[in-house]
Design a protein around this ligand. Sequence first.
Ligand code: HAM
Length: 421
Amino acid sequence: MERLPGFRDFYPEPLPPTKDELWSMDARNHIFDTWRAVARRYGFREYDGPPLEPLELYTNKSGDEIVAQLFNFEDKGKRAVAMRPEMTPTLARMAAAQERAYKKPFKWFSIPQLFRYEKQQKGRKREHFQLNCDIIGENDRAADAELVALLIDTLRALGLTSADFVVRLSSRNAWTEFFASRCPDATKAYDFFQVVDKLERNRAEDSAALLAPLGFKLEEVQAFITGGQPNAELQLILDQLTARGLREFVRIDYGVIRGLAYYTGPVFEAFDIKGEFRAICGGGRYDQLIKQVSGGKVDLPALGFGMGDVVLFELLKSRGLLPAFTAGLAAYVLIEDETLRAESLRVVQQLREAALPTEFSLTPAKGDKQFKRALELNAAHTVRLERQPDGAVVARVKHLATRTENVVAPGEVAVRLGAKP
Ligand code: HAM
């Protein structure tokens, strides 16, 4: 039985590469732990929502592209439902429902698993995890700068530098003005933004053919991108990033516009500097979404970003930035004398109660086999109980890196291995 295409199995540790890309919980936890640590450093609080939502939450709000990719079905109660393809509509719904309970602005993060029925391609799966960081209830562009800084520091905390990635900063407002100056029909703006969003991926003649009925020439759109100077809102963000010493990570680039329908102000995407991979992260302001989702009841400005694990993992791997993962064992208890199994189990228990990760052989095994296993698991120490000629039992504690050995009473092993007495 095969797993579904576009879905991943996460084995505990990275396995030797096969034709199939193998993912591991070790690598996933490394990424998630860093995401959490940096988001908390910036004062963000963690939330989550349901993985299954009413279909209606996505139709008309996120745009046609994501709706076409939904995993949706009718549940047994005849409700039209969808697996969440992104977190932002859920967050907008949650924020609107409880906004009175929270002082504005509130800064929240989440690491949801998301589902999109995508075409099979590099950097795209049918399920992925995404760090979502959002700020609700703040109009000032200081919040946009705060988010971009968080995005940069998250990638830096994973070991990436300005030689590895760049944040391309743009403005939907600038594009809306450009559009309005040439086309009076605002209902066509979304179609226009879609073409701009795909300029880099589509052939020039295809883009030109899509722009023509909207009244635009490809050359004038390209000229707007290449001539792009920061508008007032982007300049405010740049100034604050300069003050934080993070200016070198950001480039004004009107080639970014974002595919999702709900963005309203500054928008941005992070890419690897060589442009080998798809976007690592994307986000921006969406000041109207909470109002839309709440049927006009709650009106709050909002902004945020989503950083996917798939592209990030590929980039970290290509730069050799995934650490060597180990089982992290403090001790492997060798049971060479089966008459000492009960005493050995007592030591195992004491070590584990002292929060020291400990392993041992569940069944009798040759001493050298047990020792080999301790080495395979990269245990820091082995512990072996031994009966002395006078009948007393002692513990031999060996530090495997230096091969130094100490003999202590069995009850003192935990303290010897660093547990607090
Ligand atoms: P998005 O651009 O659709 O934005 O996704 C954000 C990131 O998630 C992408 O840059 C990419 O790294 C990753 N990603 C998206 N789809 C896939 C996929 N099929 N497979 C692998 N990775 C993927 C959003 O989802 C917005 N809701 C982000 C946001 C939060 N905006 C404001 N707050």
